[in-house]
Design a protein around this ligand. Structure first.
Ligand code: ME8
Length: 505
């Protein structure tokens, strides 16, 4: 029986265009979704957009477009990005979806209320629109939010609160016992500090007179549900909580919840490791198994920001290199850069220079060159289907790299997984050199064919490992090998294709 694997990403605000930080997170999760599919797991992979709240409303106003139209237009861009980057999500949730999402948010609210965890209170606080959250004086520098560089709004209002404080001990227990595993340790430590201080109750609604754009509080339309309470519910609304009979054995909710892995950026840890588990506990639902918080991407050493003018638009980046080949391979090149260059648990940087360097060194010279050394040379002298046998040394080498690769992928060390694959490529390159393959074609055709067979096996394994990382590249390699990834008793029929990853001059 196959295991289920439910994986989610954060859902993006649609206040602007997607940038490479958004792209990174979706690519990161896609590797794991594809890897688990390859191992035979029954995968459900969710991503989507977060469309309510003050931030989206303000951006729509600034653009002079009605908010519903504005969020739809931008949500479409995020959807399009997922397609362009070959993200293999099974569903794309939008929080404006009144059929699937809203009923779940309403149900969650009622359940929290019934548990006695919602109460009304007069409140005065500083609301940071960038955070979509109340902040405290210690989050400010010179009166401005240290992260968003804007002064928060002073808000005085009566609204509903969620009794998060009550769940501090239970959350602490879940985290320390690893029922809810927080990766990496830096995020775990950050959370433990928060828990040590004790969690505070959270404002869970805003008066509708100030914010109408959102889900009305059930039974009290004078209040709108807080955007984070609404957004976090996407992880269960998308699989049917509240909209299908979640009691039935066949429902996706019963099949897939709890999530096996939730991927988020480190900046939204508190919402996912404190508020979300608190809500789930109050509702009597299981906690996700693992929460993975990735690092942040800067561009040219600076935080990505419109005012700095360093926003890299993934669509433009792909367009810029269109002359190098089909856009799906450029998308793979982008996937490669982000996965190889940004260590998943730390921050990383993007520059065009570094992108081109990596492309030329690893994709044009490393991978592309190896493919052509094997396929072009082989196809010249061998026509039709052929098989053969690998030497013990080749078998051992491939087995060793698979073991490293699996360990690295399963511990989220994607840069190291790719290094292991490139190790196998250089092993193959050495094989070509030491055998002087190009001479053997004439001098010893029998040995030539058996060597080419072994090289094809090496390349097929490289392509198999690249499947989750560079899906289109992997397919194209299999096309040129005339083989299927599922094969183990390899047979090949070489077909020289377009040069993969021509050099950037
Ligand atoms: O936080 N590098 O939306 P968002 C890496 N709607 N990751 C980055 C990044 C960067 N430069 N910039 C953003 C939200 N991200 C909420 C989430 S989930 C129920 C609601 C990541 O559009 C960020 O960490 O600000 C987050 O995980 C995701 O992109 C969406 O960010």
């Amino acid at each position: 029986m196959s295991n289920k694997f439910y994986i989610t990403t954060a859902i993006d605000y649609v206040n602007g265009n997607p940038h490479i930080g958004h792209a990174f997170e979706k690519i990161f999760a896609d590797v794991l979704a594809r890897y688990h599919r390859d191992t035979g797991d029954n995968v459900f992979f969710l991503t989507g957009t977060d469309e309510h709240g003050v931030k989206n409303v303000k951006s729509a106003e600034a653009a002079g477009i009605p908010v519903r139209e504005f969020t739809k237009k931008n949500s479409d861009k995020f959807k399009e990005l997922a397609k362009t980057l070959n993200i293999s999500n099974d569903f794309f949730i939008r929080t404006t979806d009144k059929e699937i999402h809203w009923p779940a948010v309403e149900k969650m609210w009622r359940v929290l209320d019934k548990a006695g965890d919602i109460y009304k209170k007069k409140y005065q606080g500083l609301y940071c629109v960038g955070h979509e959250a109340f902040v405290t004086r210690k989050d400010l520098t010179d009166g401005k939010c240290a992260l968003h560089k804007k002064a928060p709004d002073m808000v005085e209002e009566e609204n509903y609160f969620f009794r998060l404080s009550k769940y501090t001990p239970k959350i602490k227990e879940a985290v320390t016992s690893k029922k809810l595993r927080i990766v990496p340790d830096s995020s775990l430590n950050e959370l433990m500090n928060l828990l040590e201080d004790g969690l505070e109750d959270v404002s869970f609604s805003r008066p509708s007179k100030d914010l109408k754009w959102g889900v009305p509080v059930p039974g009290d339309p004078s209040q709108t549900i807080y955007v984070w309470c609404d957004a976090l519910v996407n992880y269960i609304s998308a699989i049917g909580y509240g909209s299908e009979d979640s009691g039935s054995k066949t429902s996706n909710f019963n099949k897939f919840w709890p999530a096996d892995l939730q991927v988020i950026g480190k900046d939204i840890l508190r919402f996912h490791a404190a508020i979300w588990p608190g809500m789930l506990m109050s509702a009597g639902l299981a906690l996700p198994k693992v929460l993975f918080a990735h690092g942040f991407i800067s561009v040219g050493g600076e935080k990505i920001s419109k005012s700095v003018g360093n926003v890299i638009d993934p669509f433009e980046l792909i367009e810029k290199y269109a002359r190098l080949g089909p856009s799906e391979l450029i998308a793979d090149a982008m996937r490669y850069y982000l996965l190889r260059e940004i260590p998943s648990t730390r921050d990383g940087d993007f520059t065009i220079e570094r992108f081109e360097e990596r492309y030329n060194a690893d994709l044009a010279s490393g991978l592309g060159n190896f493919v052509s050394r094997v396929v072009t040379v082989g196809a010249k002298c061998i026509s039709g289907e052929f098989d053969g046998a690998e030497s013990e040394d080749v078998k051992r080498q491939i087995k060793k790299v698979w073991a490293e690769y699996r360990e690295f992928v399963e511990s989220f060390r994607f840069d190291e997984a790719l290094q292991a694959v490139w190790g196998l490529i250089s092993y193959g390159d050495k094989f070509v050199d030491s055998e002087k393959i190009w001479e053997l074609a004439k001098s010893d055709p029998k040995r030539f064919q058996s060597d080419i067979f072994e090289l094809c096996v090496i390349l097929a394994n490289v392509a198999k490992m690249l499947g989750p990382f560079l899906p289109r590249t992997s397919e194209k390699i299999f096309d040129q090998l005339g083989a299927k990834p599922s094969g183990d008793n390899w047979k090949f029929q070489l077909k020289k294709g377009e040069a993969m990853f021509p050099r950037i001059k």
